[in-house]
Design a protein around this ligand. Structure first.
Ligand code: SF4
Ligand code: SF4
Length: 841
C-alpha cells in the first residue's frame, strides 16, 4: 500500500496510475496511455518523501507517502500552465488541462512560433498551438517505428522539427501523431468526434479494429464518417495505417453503384428494379455450366452462403476465390507439412520472438501494422533476417538481408536448411527425416550462391543467427507463394521451422501475411473447388480452379459466371484472355461497389455494400474471427451482399431460413468443426475468437500444433527454374505500395489517391542509364504477353537487372505483363518473376 494525500491505496503501476485510481485527477499534457510515459511536461509533478517527481514515470513503491496538492505544487502547476500558454495557443484537451491547472494566459507574453505546414493532403501542422509535449514524437517513434518528428533547440528556441515539407518528410501518413496531439497543433482534417461504431478494417489481412465516428443520420442529414480511431485492442492496439485511418471516402463516392443494372436489347446497361434484376439473374443461371467467384472483401457469412448456393443450387463445385491468386500455395504447403493450412501463430508472437524472419513480404507497406510491430520489436533488440529481392524499409534495420534473385527461393531455402543441419539442427522424429537428411547435404550455400545471388558467407551468417535464436518466427508473403514452386516453397519454410523446433509454442511458427482483408475467411467458408466450409472434402469431384474456369468458359463448357467484388480483368494475369473468356459466356453477373472493367462486361450488375455498410464477421490472417458492424447505410438502393444472396437463393429454388448474418454463423458453427465455438454472443464477450474453437465455450486457439504427439512432415523439393528466370532484358517483380490496396478501386477514391497518384516502375540507376531513362519519366514496359506504362523511379532499392512495378492503377496494365506460368500445386499465377524490356514511353 502507499498513502496518497492521506488515503491508503494499493501500490500498482506508476504514481499517476495510483493517483488516478484513488480519485486524485492529476493533470497531464504529455501522457497518452498508448505511449511509453515520457515525463516531459512535468504537469503531473507530485511530492514523495519530500521530493518532487513526475508521477507518470515514477513507480508506486510500497510504503511511499505521496502528496499531490501542496500549495507549492499548485503554484508550480499554475506557473507551468502560464508558461505553456505564453508559448502556444492550444485547443482541445490541452487547453482544458491548462485551464484546470489555473492558467489565464495573461501572465507571460512571448512570441508564438507561427510555422504552418499544409503540404500533406490530410495531416496539417500549425506550431502556434504546439506545447512541446512530445506526444507526437513518441507516437511516431514508439508506435509507428518512424523518426519523422523531433524536438530540437533549447529554451525559447525549441520547436518541433521534420525534414523538408511534411508531405516529403518520409511520413507514412499513419496519423498516430495527429491522434495523440492534445492541442490541435497536428490535425488530420478528420478530427470531429461522433457516435462510435467498433468494426474491422476492410483492407489487409491484419484485421485492425476500428472505432469509426459517425455524425448525421438524423433530421434529413445523411450520416457520414467524421473520423476513424484505432481501437486499443489486438491486433492494432490503438494504431492504424493510412488505409485504415483515412481510406473511407469510397463509401460515399459519387461513382458508387446505387441501383441494379440490366443489359437491355441494344446491349446497354440500364437501371432496373431489384425485382427485375433478381428475376433476370434467376432466369440466366440454370444448373449445368454455372461457376462462381466469391469475394475476399465479403464476410464469412456471405462467403458461406455463396458457396452453398453455387454447390446446392447448381450442383457444381466450380467455385473459387482470390486465394487462388495469392495464398493458395500457403494453405497447400502448410497443410502438407503441418496438416492445417493457416498461420501457426498470432501477431502477438512478434513481441515474443527473438528472431524475426521476413520472407518475400514487405509488411511496412502491405501489412503496415505488422510492419510497425516488427520494427518496434527490432528496435527493442530482436534480430531480423529479411529475404527479399528488393531493399525495403525493413532491410534498413535488418541484421542480414538475403537479396535473393526472383525465382530462386527453392535453392535459397534449401541452402539455409543445409546450414542449419550442419550447425546441428536436426529433426529425426519428423516424418520423412531420413530422406530429407540425405537430400539436403548437397544443397550447400556455395553450390547455389550464383543462382540465388546470395554470397555463401552471407547465407551462413543468416544460418548462424537462425540456429542461435531461441524463438525464430517467420512471416512470409506473396514473394514466396506467387511462383512456379510457391506451395513447395512454403513446405520448405515449414522444414526450416521443424529443424529449429519453431512450432507449437509462443514466438515462432510459419505465418503467411494474408493480402486481401478476408481471403482467409473466403477459403475457410469453402469458396474453393476442392474443399467445403471448414476445409472438409466436397461431395462429388472437385470443381475447377479459377484459371480452369476461364479456360472452360473459352471452350463454352462454362456458360454462366457469377462474380462478387473482383475486378478480374485488372487483377488476373493475361487480361485479354480473361476478357475473351468472359466475352464468350452466355450470362455474367457481377455484384460490386463500382462499375469496374469486369462489371462493365456483365449482363446484370448488382450494387453491393462496402465493409462499412453491413454486419457480419471477418477472419484475419491470424485466424481471428472479428465482428464487422454496420456504420452507414448502403447508398441508394445498394444492399448488403448477404441480403442479395438470400433473395437469389430463394429465387433459384434454394431458400434459406436466415434473417440475419448471426443466424448464418450459427449454421457455420454446426457445419465447420473449427467454428463450433464461434458465435456472435461469444465474440461480443471475448472481442474476437481465433479458430479452431472446436467446441461451444472454447476460447479459441492462438497457437497451432501444441500437442506433444504432433508429427510434422518434411518435404524434399528440387528446384525447377521458371521460364522467366534468365534471359534478355530485366527481371520484373510486381507488388504493392503502402497507400493503395489491390486494384485501387477503394483507395484511389480517397485520401491515399491524393498521396500516390500513379503506378511507378522502380529501376536501378545503371539500367536506367543504359536505356536513357531519367527519374520521373514515363516508361514503357513490354514483353511477349503485353505492354504496360508507368513512371520511372530510378532507385537502388532494386538490383541491377531487376525492376519492380506496382499495380494499383488499371490504366497501367501491370498484369498484361504476367504470363501463364502457375504454381505447380495450386495454379497460383507467377506474378513475381517476369522478363521485360523497358524503354522511354
Ligand atoms: S503520420 Fe505517422 S509517420 Fe507521419 S509523422 Fe505522424 S506518426 Fe510519424
Ligand atoms: S494494417 Fe491492414 S487492417 Fe490494419 S489499418 Fe492498415 S490496412 Fe487496415
Amino acid at each position: 500500500m502507499i498513502t496518497i494525500d492521506g488515503q491508503a491505496v494499493v501500490a500498482r503501476g506508476s504514481l499517476l496510475d495510483v493517483a488516478r485510481a484513488a480519485g486524485r485527477p492529476l493533470p497531464t499534457l504529455c501522457h497518452d496511455p498508448r505511449l511509453p510515459p515520457g515525463g516531459h511536461c512535468r504537469a503531473c509533478l507530485v511530492e514523495i518523501d519530500g521530493k518532487h517527481v513526475a508521477a507518470c514515470t515514477t513507480p508506486a513503491r510500497e510504503g511511499a507517502v505521496v502528496r499531490t496538492d501542496t500549495p507549492e505544487l499548485l503554484a508550480y502547476r499554475r506557473d507551468l500552465a502560464e508558461l505553456v500558454l505564453a508559448e502556444a495557443g492550444p485547443a482541445g484537451e490541452a487547453a482544458h488541462t491548462l485551464h484546470t491547472m489555473g492558467a489565464t494566459g495573461e501572465r507571460y507574453r512571448h512570441q508564438r512560433h507561427g510555422l504552418h505546414d499544409t503540404s500533406h493532403p490530410v495531416i496539417k501542422i500549425g506550431l502556434s498551438a504546439c506545447i512541446l509535449c512530445r506526444r507526437c514524437v513518441s507516437a511516431c517513434e514508439s508506435v509507428q517505428g518512424e523518426f519523422v518528428l523531433a524536438v530540437a533547440g533549447r529554451g525559447a528556441g525549441a520547436r518541433l522539427y521534420w525534414d523538408d515539407e511534411f508531405a516529403h518528410s518520409g511520413c507514412v501518413s499513419c496519423g498516430a501523431c495527429a491522434a495523440t496531439c492534445p492541442t490541435g497543433a497536428i490535425t488530420d482534417c478528420h478530427s470531429h468526434s461522433g457516435e462510435v461504431v467498433r468494426t474491422t478494417c476492410g483492407y489487409c489481412g491484419v484485421g485492425c479494429q476500428l472505432d469509426v465516428h459517425v455524425a448525421g443520420g438524423k433530421d434529413g442529414h445523411e450520416a457520414h464518417i467524421t473520423r476513424v480511431d484505432g481501437a486499443n485492442v489486438a491486433p492494432n492496439r490503438g494504431h492504424l495505417c493510412v488505409k485504415g485511418r483515412y481510406a473511407y471516402a469510397h463509401a460515399r463516392h459519387g461513382d458508387r453503384l446505387t441501383t441494379p443494372l440490366i443489359r437491355d436489347a441494344s446491349g446497354v446497361l440500364v437501371p432496373a428494379t431489384w425485382a427485375e434484376a433478381i428475376e433476370r439473374v434467376a432466369n440466366g443461371l440454370r444448373p449445368g455450366g454455372v461457376a462462381g467467384l466469391s469475394s475476399a472483401r465479403c464476410t464469412n457469412e456471405e462467403n458461406y452462403l455463396f458457396q452453398k448456393w453455387i454447390r446446392q443450387g447448381f450442383g457444381t463445385n466450380d467455385v473459387d476465390c482470390c486465394a487462388r491468386v495469392c495464398h493458395a500455395p500457403s494453405a497447400a504447403g502448410l497443410r502438407a507439412a503441418f496438416g492445417t493450412g493457416a498461420a501457426t501463430n498470432s501477431f502477438d508472437d512478434i513481441e515474443r520472438a527473438d528472431l524475426l524472419v521476413v520472407i518475400g513480404a514487405n509488411p511496412t507497406e502491405a501489412h503496415p501494422i505488422v510492419g510497425a510491430r516488427i520494427r518496434q520489436a527490432v528496435l527493442r533488440g530482436a534480430k531480423l533476417i529479411v529475404i527479399d529481392p528488393r531493399a525495403t524499409a525493413l532491410t534498413h534495420v535488418a541484421d542480414v538481408h538475403l537479396q535473393v534473385h526472383p525465382g530462386a527461393n527453392v535453392p535459397l531455402f534449401n541452402s539455409l536448411a543445409n546450414v542449419l543441419v550442419s550447425l546441428g539442427k536436426t529433426a529425426p522424429s519428423a516424418t520423412g527425416w531420413d530422406e530429407y537428411a540425405a537430400a539436403i547435404v548437397a544443397d550447400t550455400p556455395e553450390r547455389w550462391a550464383s543462382t540465388t545471388g546470395v554470397p555463401a558467407a552471407v547465407l551462413r551468417q543468416a544460418g548462424r543467427l537462425w540456429a542461435e535464436a531461441k524463438s525464430p518466427m517467420m512471416v512470409h508473403g506473396l514473394g514466396v507463394t506467387e511462383h512456379l514452386q510457391g506451395a513447395e516453397s512454403v513446405t520448405l519454410l515449414c522444414n526450416l521451422a521443424v529443424l529449429t523446433g519453431a512450432f507449437g509454442r509462443p514466438g515462432v511458427g510459419v505465418n503467411p501475411l494474408r493480402g486481401q482483408n478476408h481471403v482467409q475467411g473466403a477459403a475457410d467458408m469453402g469458396c474453393q473447388p476442392d474443399l467445403g466450409a471448414g476445409y472438409q472434402p466436397v461431395g462429388g469431384a472437385p470443381g475447377r480452379r479459377l484459371p480452369d474456369i476461364y479456360e472452360a468458359a473459352r471452350r463454352s463448357e462454362i456458360r454462366a459466371l457469377y462474380i462478387i467484388g473482383e475486378d478480374v480483368i485488372v487483377t488476373d494475369p493475361e487480361p485479354e484472355k480473361v476478357a475473351a473468356a468472359l466475352d464468350n459466356l452466355d450470362f455474367m453477373v457481377v455484384q460490386e461497389l463500382f462499375l469496374t472493367r469486369t462489371a462493365a462486361m456483365a449482363d446484370v450488375v448488382l450494387p453491393g455494400a462496402s465493409f462499412l455498410e453491413k454486419d457480419g464477421t471477418f477472419t484475419s490472417g491470424e485466424r481471428r474471427v472479428q465482428r464487422v458492424r454496420k456504420v452507414l447505410d448502403p447508398p441508394g438502393q445498394a444492399r448488403a451482399d448477404w441480403e442479395i444472396l438470400l433473395d437469389l437463393m430463394h429465387a433459384t429454388g434454394c431458400p434459406q431460413p436466415f434473417t440475419s448474418p448471426g443466424e448464418v454463423m450459427e449454421e457455420v458453427s454446426r457445419v465447420a468443426p473449427q467454428f463450433a465455438g464461434v458465435s456472435y454472443s461469444r465474440i461480443e464477450q471475448l472481442g474476437s475468437i481465433q479458430w479452431p474453437a472446436p467446441a461451444e465455450g472454447h476460447p479459441g486457439t492462438a497457437i497451432l500444433h501444441t500437442a506433444e504427439t504432433f508429427q510434422p512432415k518434411l518435404h524434399v523439393v528440387s528446384w525447377s527454374a521458371s521460364p522467366a528466370f534468365r534471359g534478355a532484358g530485366l527481371t520484373l517483380i510486381t507488388g504493392r505500395r503502402l497507400e493503395h490496396y489491390n486494384a485501387g478501386s477503394m483507395t484511389r477514391r480517397g485520401v491515399p489517391g491524393k498521396i500516390v497518384t500513379h503506378d511507378e516502375l522502380e529501376i536501378h540507376p545503371a539500367d536506367a542509364a543504359d536505356r536513357g531513362i531519367r527519374d520521373g519519366e514515363r516508361v514503357c514496359i513490354r514483353n511477349e504477353h503485353g505492354e504496360a506504362q508507368a513512371v520511372a523511379q530510378v532507385t537502388d532499392r532494386v538490383r541491377e537487372g531487376e525492376c519492380f512495378l506496382t499495380f494499383h492503377f488499371p490504366e497501367t496494365g501491370t498484369n498484361r505483363l504476367v504470363g501463364g506460368v502457375q504454381d505447380r500445386w495450386t495454379s497460383c499465377p507467377e506474378y513475381k518473376v517476369g522478363r521485360v524490356e523497358v524503354s522511354r514511353a
